[in-house]
Write a protein that binds this ligand. Structure first.
Ligand code: TZP
Length: 212
């Protein structure tokens, strides 16, 4: 595969304390980085602001050491407090066009999830750096989703935009390659790495499946 020049990452880990199911989140992230994860998003939907910040700070220390960009899910304050590389927002979260006007996000990565084709024409898409195709396949990790894009959905979106596309939703070693071949630039996963017995091995095998 060829990396997208504006988003040169192939394997994207979306992590939370909860998804690590009792394992130490920072250790899981460290193993995932060793296995080949290129970029990490901290997505804490259930944590208090204080815990979110604490976890973000710990993850920032680790990612900085390994030169891996850290993206914060839908919390501009935490993102700027930890000097994150960027932010990811869903269709019902903060608006990319508004975030872009804030000095902190002017030059940082803004990711935006696509749930409807009509979003492709809006100002939010125009001001974001990459689009999350959410979800590619239905997943128990996030149940409040609208469209199951499938491989056909990715191909369709690929024809309509040159923006970097990040597929997410029930992706694993067996289907990651087909998602890239359908037109995605990057694969994002939660459980395929956080829920794996050996996160390093899981990341390594996923990366191979993508780059093959
Ligand atoms: N957005 C769309 S699907 C999803 C998110 C955050 C969760 C993906 O989790 P998993 O475990 O990789 O299916």
């Amino acid at each position: 595969m060829k990396l997208h020049p504006q988003f040169p990452y192939a394997l994207y880990l979306v992590i939370s304390h909860e998804a690590c199911k009792g394992k130490d989140m920072i250790q899981v992230a460290q193993q995932a980085i060793r296995g080949g994860v290129d970029i990490i998003q901290l997505r804490e939907k259930k944590a208090s602001e204080k815990l979110f910040l604490q976890r973000a700070q710990q993850l920032r220390e680790l990612t900085e050491k390994h030169n891996v960009p850290l993206i914060i899910n839908d919390n501009p304050k935490v993102a700027s407090q930890v000097n994150a590389a960027g932010i990811h927002v869903g269709n019902r979260d903060s608006r990319p066009a508004l975030l872009r006007k804030k000095p902190y996000f002017k030059e940082r990565i803004i990711g935006y999830s696509i749930e409807y084709l009509s979003q492709l024409d809006n100002e939010q898409t125009a001001t974001s750096d990459y689009l999350g195709i959410s979800p590619v396949f239905r997943t128990d990790t996030k149940k409040d989703t609208v469209t199951e894009w499938g491989l056909e959905g990715i191909s369709k979106i690929r024809q309509l935009t040159t923006k970097p596309l990040v597929g997410i939703g029930n992706l694993h070693q067996q289907n990651a390659g087909s998602v890239i071949r359908a037109g995605a630039d990057c694969i994002a996963v939660v459980s395929a790495i956080c829920g794996a017995e050996d996160p390093e091995k899981a990341a390594y095998e996923l990366k191979n499946a993508i780059l093959r």
